[in-house]
Design a protein around this ligand. Sequence first.
Ligand code: ATP
Ligand code: MG
Length: 577
Amino acid sequence: MSSLFLRTLREDPADAEVPSHKLLVRAGYVRRVAPGVYSWLPLGLRVLRAVERIVREEMDAIGAQEIHFPALLPREPYEATGRWTEYGDNLFRLKDRRGNDYLLGPTHEELFTALVKGEYSSYKDYPVMLYQIQTKYRDEARPRAGILRGREFLMKDSYSFDLTDEGLAESYRKHRAAYVRMFDRLGLTYVIVAATSGAMGGSASEEFLAVAETGEDTFVRSPGGYAANVEAVTTHAPPAREVEGLPAAQAHHTPNTPTIESLVTFLNGADLGRTFTAADTLKNVLLKTRRPGGGEWALLGVGVPGDREVDMKRIEAALEPAEVALLDAADFARAPFLVKGYIGPAALAANGVRYLVDPRIVTGTAWVTGADKPDHHVVDLVCGRDFTPDGTIDAAAVRAGDPAPDGSGALEAARGIEIGHVFQLGRKYSDAASLDALGPDGKPVRITMGSYGVGVSRLVAAIAEQSHDDSGLIWPRAVSPFDVHLVVAGKTEAIAAGAESLAGELDAAGLRVLVDDRKASPGVKFADAELIGVPTIVVVGRGLANGVVEVKDRCSGERVEVALDAAVARLVDVAGR
Ligand code: ATP
Ligand code: MG
């Protein structure tokens, strides 16, 4: 350590919010260069390389073949698939000296497809799985949490090319199994969640989420083992009810009731002969949508039961790939029929605004909702009688306690970090590129593809997020930068010599040893050892005179004295070498 390129910090970096970010910076693993752009220092690079090796081994084990594309890419292939525009602001674009457009690859579907098309032509060539471990660039809106969400980051992306749907299912299954093995080896606690609502057929897309309170992804799970991204949870629609005999809709003067809360309070004080809750009200939220990458915005009304928040992420997922935004003041000014706080289905229908509702809003349900004029609401507005939505949308926030779609009980909410994604792409990219194989009968067969990503650099942070304490990092052995952190605690020559010879023996036994030979106090050395997080710490100090060293387990905190002549065998054993 006296020569290691490392400076640890006592203070958390000012911009760091999550533990992995704080600790990786404090322990000298990474350094920030720009928002979302980080350098890897010696310790960090060792961990990154260890993660990368495990990812690579598991990809090779399923027969995927590694290649390497450039990160600097021409515009044309992305133009052909529409993603040059679809990617929007997330794409880093640049021009060469001749004025030609280039981009820094955010993901490489186009390149893989074009490559396979160039090399392969016969059905005998297939199936094939290719992958790379490559630096990706995305101009993320909110680069945060250090390397968890970078603008430059390392990703393993692979692609499968098959002749048949069954072939694709098999390639998908292999990748899924490889991911299970790699994340198990990395010592992570994770869940596999359905990422799409299943409209494309069940397991067409799944995400691997490392469970962490600081994760950006919320997921829900059921007692029966169902787990899904909140975006993918489908709301069960109750059966339609009889409309006949329901009370007629009535408009009421409800002064100063622009919010659900004020409305409910007013209604309950208005002597209407019953009690109302927020769940009896229908909240209408106005949005605008447009085709990806531009074009005209169109208004969209979304109705949800008033006791639920609208979840923009669910709406975005439901409308993908269209863009969605909230209305601004100018939009409201252009549509004077929208009376803020009192918007009802009537004005939307009268003005040709598409109106989608929560699946719980079925025919025969009665609602209190806006009457489209200030300070007025309608009571007993019945779906299917007084208004007819254009369709349903899963827009309402999912709540813990909601019934699980698998019928096994109530949903529980948790948070996670997306570490991997497996996705049956189908023929989107092969269609765009006309990627065909010549079949046995001489007819072309359109190739079907899968795409599979792992956030290699993000994994380093995800592991740190799951494995640390107040004093610092605690690496799982599989990715630790060293096997043993040897602290030289004492100034005598005997201690220095003893430490050096022990380090030599450990090294000869195949262990990677970090020796703290600095001229610093034992207190400083112990603190740094805890911060750096090598799983086994050996202290060579005063005990040496009695022929013992101290072995400390970084994770459990357990310390034992071990006879010097038994130390090597013991440490080799602990390190599992
Ligand atoms: P997210 O929802 O977190 O933005 P994504 O859906 O955009 O992820 P993919 O395009 O599927 O991610 O990329 C594959 C993997 O790359 C992800 O599962 C994730 O682990 C990793 N990844 C994506 N974006 C980033 C980023 N900005 N920084 C680090 N890793 C990332
Ligand atoms: Mg993303």
